[in-house]
Design a protein around this ligand. Sequence first.
Ligand SMILES: [Zn+2]
Ligand SMILES: [Zn+2]
Length: 247
Amino acid sequence: MIQRAKAAINGIVQGVGFRPFIYQLAKKKGLGGYIANTSTGVDIEVEGETEEIEIFFQEIHLRKPPLARIVHVEWQYLPPRRYRDFIIKKSQVQAQRSTLVSPDVSVCDDCLREMNDPRDRRYRYPFINCTNCGPRYTIIKDIPYDRDKTSMASFSMCERCRNEYEEPLDRRFHAQPNACWDCGPSVYLHEYNGKPVDGADPVSETRELLKSGKIVAIKGLGGFHLTQPMERRSNDSGGERIGRKSP
Ligand SMILES: [Zn+2]
Ligand SMILES: [Zn+2]
């Protein structure tokens, strides 16, 4: 029997690859319907054989993405609407805001592999990320979690990044902070007085500065991190500094 099921799922279900996961699962089961981020989590409608729908909901729990946490699922059967396809709908903004937001997640093995591969277009790109890793909490300004509600909104994706973002089988499908050397944030080095340090690779240069005993303020996505070599921490004898020290 063909039925339609409507579900509201609450928990950490935004910014963790939940929509692409549901999309692929529904496609695999031949179910029509949609998924959308809401201010309280995600809304899902699926339509198909009762048995497939029940398996679909079981598999959500069994196979959900590693960073997803399901707190509450509410679902019910409704008369079918003859959905032809399964789609990811535009997020629904509601007055009530109660979804959980994922913390920032350190770089995953797949991204590390790309970052260290000289043939990869993100070779040594410091802001590499994907659906399973990267910044979340520190870039989110509001929910539902979509790029236009993050500090990445001002970086418009290049064609290649956009293609990854829009391709359901890509591991960066709907990865909101998706970026590369051509379109994303860049890294640069300034002296303490704001004078740019030209020519050098900022990351290698920073490493050299730290090795030579300098203090460097590294601006990340969530603020500044003051760094100095371990051996200097107990013995702060001053010297030339490139970053500002906290008062
Ligand atoms: Zn990753
Ligand atoms: Zn790009």
